[in-house]
Design a protein around this ligand. Structure first.
Ligand code: ADP
Ligand code: ASP
Ligand code: MG
Length: 421
């Protein structure tokens, strides 16, 4: 048993060299508790946003390969600086990028999934008494092509490494001291959760709570890795522990509310009402690696034998989706495509919803009282999502947060500034 702890530090935590020196102290503190430490870091501050902006100054349509070559450089800077900071504080440390470790992903750019992680070199360094500092977000294909895991993907690198190394814990250090009942930047009276189940965290992350990358939660669930979200700026604070639902007491029907502003809605109008049309449409989108979130097919108009199909995708996938739809026009024979990018998805999440009727009605009634129109609805056993106009988003989140009894008397503390580019 090697007693491995994986620590992950996000962009705000490593935003400048003083912060990197502080992170080194947090790493040394963990090592002094008798643990072998593997550290995963993000790019410094808003570096990744700056790199995206540079690419967009060159072209509005950069190739996926070159975009990954560019974006993966951010994390490369942080690993070297943190390893230097550790060495300067008397701690043996070595930095490694994804290629050196062998973080093998599928051959997909900008949102690759991890297929395998080689552990031999990491173990060698740990057995030499070194801290291993690994670049998050990056991957490499079997053909040595550089990939990235999607924005926010360093969380996934950390949790996947923790699983592969059989770590006893993965600590996600960030600019907020845990998972709150909603984004504390929107509702300052959000309540910090002491613990949350993997299933609820998965729904919150998928619903837009970017405190954890959805695939990080998925990976933690598979390996049953205990994940703790905690603050880099308040190391003594226990943060929030993510664990199995059977280990928790369920007090409230709704545990949290999430907001996602990263999607848009596409409506394909007057689609012939024939078997196989939806399959052809969604097959073609899937072949381009475009993930679909909500789908609604309208009731068929029997006189015209057509209906409308509406679905939501990530804004980043718009160009590829429009290309796919253009190619399908002659086969599917729809009339036109309508794009609505002024939408926000609200999700109320809670394992305590199961078997308690009336939660959806309460959500719809709260939105109705504010005069907010619902454009789409989707549900799972422990989640209700509504699509609304993006101008109503903050007001709706605050109202739902109150109505489900989640407000706290304390003001939440968030350290990082929002990107201003
Ligand atoms: P990092 O750079 O450390 O990965 P992120 O910006 O990706 O940090 O994630 C932390 C941010 O997530 C917080 O500053 C907060 O605004 C946001 N957030 C959204 N939903 C939640 C939530 N339910 N609980 C805590 N933070 C949340
Ligand atoms: N640097 C990447 C991003 O900004 C990955 C991460 O921080 O998790 O999205
Ligand atoms: Mg993040």
């Amino acid at each position: 048993m090697r007693n491995i702890v994986v620590q992950k530090f996000g962009g705000t935590s490593v935003a400048d060299t003083d912060k990197i020196k502080n992170v080194a102290k947090a790493v040394i503190r963990e090592k002094s508790l008798g643990n072998n430490v593997v550290v995963v870091v993000s790019a410094m501050g808003h570096t990744t946003d700056v790199l995206v902006k540079l690419a967009n100054e060159i072209t509005s349509n950069p190739s996926g390969r070159e975009m990954d070559m560019l974006l993966s450089t951010g994390e490369g800077v942080t690993i070297a600086l943190l390893a230097m900071a550790l060495q300067a504080q008397g701690c043996n440390a070595v930095s490694m990028n994804a290629m050196q470790v062998g973080i093998i992903t599928e051959n997909v750019h900008s949102k690759a999934r991890i297929l395998d992680i080689k552990t031999d070199k990491i173990y060698q360094h740990l057995d030499n008494g070194e801290v291993v500092v690994i670049a998050g977000f990056q991957g490499v294909t079997n053909d040595f092509e550089i990939t990235t895991l999607g924005r926010g993907g360093s969380d996934t690198s950390a949790v996947a490494l923790a699983g592969a190394l059989n770590a006893k814990r993965c600590d996600i250090y960030t600019d907020v001291n845990g998972v709150y009942t909603t984004d504390p930047r929107i509702v300052p009276h959000a309540t910090r959760l002491k613990e949350i189940s993997y299933e609820e965290m998965m729904e919150l992350a998928n619903g837009g709570a970017n405190v954890l990358h959805p695939r990080a939660v998925e990976t933690a669930t598979i390996h049953k890795t205990p994940v703790r979200v905690r603050s880099t700026f308040k190391l003594e604070d226990a943060g929030t522990l993510i664990l199995g639902v059977d280990e928790m007491e369920l007090h409230r029907p709704v545990t949290g509310v999430a907001l996602d502003m990263s999607q848009l809605r596409i409506v394909v109008c007057d689609v012939p009402d024939n078997p196989g049309v939806a399959a052809a449409l969604f097959d073609s989108l899937a072949n381009e690696n475009i993930s679909i979130d909500m789908i609604i097919q309208s009731y068929a108009r029997k006189d015209l034998n057509t209906n409308d199909i509406a679905f939501t995708i990530d804004k980043a996938d718009l160009n590829s989706a429009l290309k796919v739809l253009d190619k399908l026009k002659s086969t599917i024979n729809y009339s036109n495509v309508f794009v609505d990018d002024k939408i926000a998805k609200l999700s109320a999440v809670g394992a305590g919803m199961v078997g308690r009727p009336g939660i959806a009605a309460k959500m719809f009634r709260t939105l109705a009282n504010l005069g907010i129109n619902i454009k789409m609805i989707s549900t799972s056993e422990i989640k209700i999502s509504c699509l609304v106009d993006k101008d109503n988003a903050d007001e709706a989140v605050s109202a739902l947060h109150s109505v489900f009894g989640l407000d706290s008397s304390e003001i939440a503390e968030v350290k990082g500034d929002l990107p201003n580019i």
